[in-house]
Design a protein around this ligand. Structure first.
Ligand code: ADP
Length: 289
């Protein structure tokens, strides 16, 4: 299901990154914009329970796609299938395909750990590494790879913290423990940590739901800046937030067997003013039973 949004200035798009470690990984290029996700006939299971059935969805690159829908309809499950975190749950499995720039993320040559750098994730509660400094948190993912000169790490830390709109607040205390930061700052630190490894896609699972209104506003402003550079998929239960921050909205609900499915996807303005489906209209106007 393709969705058209207006063209964006793609800015300094992150470079193509192979999904696999070493020579087995094949960078894929399809046009200039990277970070295009194509989900085809995807179903996700926990054991015998089908949490998402037959999902077909194209995620627009370098734009924000909001996933909305009632609790339990599979929103979190869906974004976890994109970077293969779903399979970390015992007995969980996925059918169908998820492609990033044409490459099947479930392909046999794909290394899930490398994939999760290209497709980064930010969780509901900020989860900085509690024993590490601010500096070490930002470069934690990078240190898993080849050793880099100190000056290079310094530049990555500054660049990532600037991009996450946190640099000015922490530049004089980079050696302090990350847990000394406020909740909102910790969440921006987690975003900086995800950005440090140069992802193409950022998955966000209700990233502001544990934050106060001012910290929430900072995160929303930050998304407004990051949307030019990354493909962002955000789960939110807050429809005003979805309307404010996203270019595209996808509405999920669930059937009698509690399997989640996609009802409708479209440009956010249209979804909130003139949705095609009655189910969508009922949900956004609060008439959902
Ligand atoms: P949402 O994010 O829309 O609230 P979830 O993706 O969290 O929905 O959950 C979708 C369905 O999958 C729910 O019925 C939920 O109970 C079930 N589920 C989620 N996580 C697990 C798990 N680890 N094991 C078994 N069932 C799960």
């Amino acid at each position: 299901m393709a969705v058209e949004v207006g063209p964006r200035d793609s800015g300094s798009s992150p470079s193509e990154t192979p999904l696999a470690d070493g020579a087995a990984g094949s960078p894929v290029s399809e046009g200039s914009a990277t970070g295009r996700l194509s989900i085809e006939h995807m179903s996700a299971y926990y054991g015998a329970f089908c949490a998402i059935r037959d999902l077909n969805l194209e995620i627009v690159p370098q734009a924000v796609t909001a996933i909305i829908g009632p609790s339990g309809c599979g929103k979190s499950t869906f974004i976890r299938t994109i970077n293969r975190m779903h399979e970390l749950v015992p007995n969980a499995r996925v059918e169908g395909s998820v492609r990033l720039d044409g490459e099947d993320v479930y392909g046999p040559e794909v290394d899930p750990v490398s994939l999760r750098r290209v497709i980064g994730m930010v969780f509901q509660r900020p989860n900085p590494f509690p024993t590490m400094s601010i500096y070490d948190n930002v470069v934690a993912g990078i240190r898993l790879g080849a050793r880099r000169p100190r000056a290079e790490l310094d530049a990555i830390v500054e660049g990532s913290l600037r991009r996450a709109a946190l640099w000015e607040e922490v530049k004089d205390k980079l050696r302090q423990n990350a847990t000394a930061l406020s909740g909102g700052q910790q969440q921006r630190l987690c975003i900086a940590r995800a950005l440090a490894v140069e992802p193409e896609v950022l998955l966000m699972d209700e990233p502001a739901s544990a934050l106060d209104p001012i910290a929430t506003l900072r995160i929303e402003e930050l998304l407004g800046e990051l949307r030019r550079l990354y493909t962002i998929v955000i789960v939110t239960h807050n429809m005003q937030q979805a309307a404010r921050i996203s270019d595209v909205t996808a509405f999920f609900t669930m059937d009698e067997g509690r399997a989640g499915y996609l009802v409708e996807v479209g440009p956010t303005r249209q979804m909130f003013t003139s949705p095609t489906e009655q189910l969508t209209e009922d949900y956004i106007t609060g008439r959902f039973g």
